[in-house]
Write a protein that binds this ligand. Structure first.
Ligand code: FE
Length: 196
């Protein structure tokens, strides 16, 4: 992301504006065979978190969890289509860390691991996955071993990542109300770390 690109008008070069441009631009792309766009999926995840009464940092994590799919230099799409783990959760979290603290970035980083975790610890969770998500589970390493699941539980942000993951799974419904990005701007602005 280049802070000096596009948009032009004054007041549109802050972090939240950069995120808005990603949602409006790359986010309008198809989401790996799901019935919603990538941006629609993330907006729905944020809205589900909000409706559940989640704290602001967790709403932001849900809203931004797949940002690693957007960022031009991440190239997650190419890797995914090559059938490998694209690590979009890590690249997204690293990219967001310039603007947001670990309470936002840790759940983003762990949301793929959380799917592998839930498939191990919750009988029936696998059945909730969409077809595309089953495919990505396979390339992401499949369900965790019991030992991996225990290690995951010990990580900071893992419980929040599990919460994000549950909204993630539900946020692929074309009939679900979808707020626009502007709805979340005040919440995001309030979470920005100093000197962001
Ligand atoms: Fe997602």
């Amino acid at each position: 992301m280049n802070a000096h690109d596009t948009a032009g008008s004054s007041g549109s070069s802050g972090p939240v504006d950069a995120l808005a441009r990603l949602f409006e631009g790359e986010g309008s792309a198809e989401y790996f065979g799901e019935a919603v766009t990538q941006a629609g999926h993330m907006l729905q995840a944020g809205a589900l978190a909000e409706a559940a009464g989640a704290p602001a940092h967790l709403v932001a994590a849900a809203l931004l969890h797949d940002i690693g799919h957007f960022h031009g230099t991440v190239t997650g799409r190419d890797l995914m289509e090559g059938g490998r783990d694209n690590r979009h959760s890590h690249t997204g979290a690293d990219w967001l860390a310039r603007w947001f603290g670990p309470e936002v970035t840790d759940p983003v980083r762990l949301h793929v691991a959380a799917k592998r975790y839930l498939c191990t610890v919750e009988p029936g969770y696998f059945a909730l996955l969409s077809e595309a998500s089953v495919h990505t589970l396979r390339v992401q390493g499949g369900p965790m071993t019991a030992e991996q699941a225990r290690a995951f539980e010990a990580l900071p942000g893992s419980a929040d990542a599990v919460a994000v993951r549950r909204w993630d799974e539900r946020a692929k419904d074309p009939d679900l109300p979808t707020p626009d990005f502007a709805h979340f701007r005040p919440l995001l602005e309030a979470l920005l770390i100093e000197n962001a």
